[in-house]
Design a protein around this ligand. Structure first.
Ligand code: SF4
Ligand code: SF4
Ligand code: SF4
Length: 253
């Protein structure tokens, strides 16, 4: 079948998400060989106009003092069938929430918004940076959703639905989310995944439960996204093996 077209749209982020995508090594080559044509990626090629594409992977938040950036994200929405917020900055603002402006070269740049505050976003890939595997899985599943047979489309839908629900749930994240939505609901099983996922070590495990230093939290949402009890979906769990088989099958070189 023909490939899908994918673009990487770089807003205000550190390029760590793109590096994580590239960290799929041969997997990245398999994706580009069989499933996706990379039609836009400023880090690799100086193409100024955002083309039409099936999937836009948007990294970084949007500086609202930069009208070119605002136009770029609106253009991305117009030109992409599926907009994916790649990483915590695009999903939740992350560290760019704390920008104060005043940098020598761009003193007026002081306010940054996650892309979901400016456009509709279809899929979230949380994490700072998201894991290579998760970015790869979303790419394969986007391909199967658009080009697969009925069975593959259903599997891709099951895999992507929780990430689509996350995109609908809002643009704010905080370590408090696991407190209010997991621990206080009696759902925490003390696995420590949230602490392991936190990029700034704001979570420590005390007496088997997560303890959050809220002053350290950079609002990335990784803890909530990694928690196996946070957005548990029977659709995905029931089809786990079939989903993994589909991804493994697709990634055979
Ligand atoms: Fe960089 Fe993390 Fe933002 Fe990705 S989410 S652009 S890795 S700071
Ligand atoms: Fe991110 Fe850590 Fe804050 Fe959770 S506690 S949102 S992982 S910085
Ligand atoms: Fe509890 Fe979820 Fe953290 Fe595991 S990841 S310790 S279940 S809050």
């Amino acid at each position: 079948a023909e490939k899908i077209t994918v673009g990487h749209v770089h807003m205000s982020g550190c390029t760590g998400c793109l590096v994580s995508f590239a960290d799929n090594y041969e997997g990245l080559l398999t994706i580009l060989d069989k499933y996706a044509d990379l039609v836009y990626c400023l880090t690799l090629a100086d193409v100024r106009h955002i083309p039409e594409m099936d999937v836009a992977l948007v990294e970084g938040s949007v500086c609202i003092q930069d009208h070119l950036a605002v136009e770029e994200i609106i253009e991305t929405r117009k030109n992409a069938k599926i907009v994916v917020a790649l990483g915590a900055c695009a999903c939740y603002g992350n560290i760019t929430r704390f920008c104060r402006g005043g940098q020598q070269n761009q003193p007026q740049h002081e306010s940054y918004l996650p892309i979901g505050d400016l456009i509709d976003v279809d899929v979230y890939i949380p994490g700072c940076a998201p894991t290579p595997q998760q970015i790869r899985n979303v790419c394969v599943m986007a391909y199967l959703l658009l080009k697969g047979n009925d069975e593959q489309k259903a599997l891709a839908g099951a895999y992507l639905t929780p990430l689509m629900n996350l995109a609908k749930a809002g643009t704010e994240a905080c370590g408090c989310d696991i407190m209010t939505q997991v621990i206080n609901q009696g759902l925490c099983m003390g696995c420590g995944s949230c602490a392991a996922a936190c990029p700034v070590r704001a979570i420590s495990m005390e007496y088997g439960k997560p303890q959050i230093e809220r002053d350290l939290c950079i609002k990335c949402g990784a803890c909530y996204a990694q928690c196996p009890r946070s957005f548990f979906s029977f659709d995905v769990v029931n089809q786990y093996e079939a989903i993994m088989d589909a991804i493994d099958g697709a990634m055979q070189p």
